[in-house]
Design a protein around this ligand. Structure first.
Ligand SMILES: NC(=O)c1ccc[n+]([C@@H]2O[C@H](COP(=O)([O-])OP(=O)(O)OC[C@H]3O[C@@H](n4cnc5c(N)ncnc54)[C@H](OP(=O)(O)O)[C@@H]3O)[C@@H](O)[C@H]2O)c1
Length: 399
């Protein structure tokens, strides 16, 4: 029996992420969660999504959802350029806001609509940093003004391996001296991921935003626990590149890593320095074979933790031939089911998406802050674009 009134959500977007969210909200326990409406760009996608998930209302105009009195919170599962305008509109309508990562991005939002792809990606990185930071700050401010929460959808903050490590770190009272973490795979097949104007960058923002978010969260928590104030990032050094342009890769008849990146990097490495002198080493790559690799190592003055979001070996499988398991889903981005594999028993659980949806629903129902909020999203935005500036200018950038 639930003690709380129902939490009524509207999903804006009906694509890849919205599917994950609908699956995870359906598994939230102890609360009566209802997805009461969905919006997409096209009515076919909105209607099909609504039918698949038993959602009573579907539309192509997200403003209709914001006007519904029965909607408590909206979850933004739309491309990055829509995060700010929809957050501002939702906050003004008094809705709690959940926004996926990245909180926002530089996608030429300050330029004319007919600006070419090349002009957008060619903008100075200092300009991108200023515009994206202003966008993110405006989102945080709009929600503060309206008295609603801005929850930031960074699943790494909630990944069971990282949450458990965070709990043990708090218990140990150790100091984190270094973190090494990254997300890598063999490349997104979405044509949009290859063009700056749609994503606001390449591997760094799409993949690197996750370990950066987790590192900022862990150091903030450490500072709050010890001194009552978060330990913050103070500078960034970075390099980015396109490894598919290495001549032997570019010329190969067949490549197992995705090629054809238009104006974004498919590899990045970032060194983060925190105010206490500790470091974070972040890597992100679209040129790594073997399935989704999401890992975070945490080194303390009194111990060490290795967090494996994916792969992990709770289950190992062996098949002598790809025909045995065929196209059965094993884990994200693994290119064959032959040989040894690590099929993930529950990817939504190990990635943190399940626990994140649970926290967001509880935060709305109990009117308490979510663990991952807009301020974290704002800091990640600053770090990401400071890293692009560092890579462009070949120097350390202060945040
Ligand atoms: N781990 C993570 O946290 C994670 C993972 C993946 C993606 N993301 C983030 O999620 C966001 C969406 O990515 P995705 O992979 O889900 O993209 P996607 O599969 O392309 O889905 C985007 C959805 O947005 C809808 N849409 C576009 N414009 C709209 C508008 N004006 N009004 C209402 N709906 C609109 C599209 O409608 P149609 O279907 O009609 O085209 C589509 O359903 C991005 O910000 C991405 O960075 C986060």
């Amino acid at each position: 029996m639930t003690l709380h009134p129902p939490v009524r959500l509207a999903l804006i977007g009906a694509g890849f992420l919205a599917e994950t969210r609908a699956r995870c909200y359906a598994q939230v326990h102890g609360y009566d969660v209802r997805i009461v409406a969905v919006a997409a760009r096209t009515s076919e996608r909105a209607n099909a999504f609504a039918a698949r998930h038993g959602i009573p209302r579907a539309t192509t105009d997200y403003r209709e959802l914001l006007a519904l009195p029965e909607v408590d919170a909206v979850d933004l599962c739309v491309p990055n350029h829509l995060h700010r305008p929809i957050t501002e509109a939702a906050a003004a309508a008094g809705k709690q806001v959940i926004c996926t990562k990245p909180l926002t991005a530089y996608v030429g939002q300050d330029l004319a609509a007919d600006t070419s792809d090349g002009e957008i990606s060619g903008q100075d990185r200092a300009h991108m940093l200023a515009v994206a930071s202003e966008d993110a700050a405006a989102m945080v401010a709009a929600c503060e003004r309206a008295g609603v929460q801005l929850m930031y959808g960074e699943n790494w903050v909630y990944a069971p391996s990282i949450s458990r490590a965070a709990g043990l770190i708090a218990h140990s009272r150790g100091a984190i001296v270094e973190m090494r973490g990254g997300e890598c795979h063999n490349g997104s097949h979405s044509p949009f991921s290859k063009i700056w104007r749609y994503t606001g960058g390449g591997a760094l923002i799409r993949l690197g935003a996750h370990p950066i978010g987790a590192m900022l969260h862990l150091k903030a928590q450490e500072g709050i626990a010890r001194d009552g104030v978060p330990i913050r990032p103070v500078s960034v050094s970075a390099e980015v590149g396109d490894l598919s342009q290495i001549p032997a890769v570019a010329a190969a008849e067949q490549s197992w890593i995705v090629r054809g990146w238009q104006d974004v990097e498919n590899w990045a490495a970032v060194i983060l320095t925190f105010s206490d002198g500790s470091r974070g080493v972040v890597y992100a790559s679209d040129a790594v074979l073997g399935g989704m690799e999401s890992k975070l190592e945490i080194f303390l003055d009194n111990g060490q933790f290795k967090c494996n979001l994916s792969p992990h070996d709770l289950l190992q499988s062996y098949s002598p031939d790809p025909s045995v398991l065929g196209d059965a889903y094993l884990m994200e981005k693994v290119s064959t089911s032959a040989g040894w594999n690590t099929p993930l028993p529950n990817e939504d659980w190990s990635s943190g998406h399940l626990a994140m949806c649970q926290d967001f629903v509880e935060a709305v129902a109990e009117k308490r802050p979510a663990r991952s909020d807009g301020c974290l999203g704002l800091e990640v935005t600053k770090v990401v674009y400071a890293a692009y500036l560092s890579a462009q200018e070949g120097r350390r950038v202060e945040i």
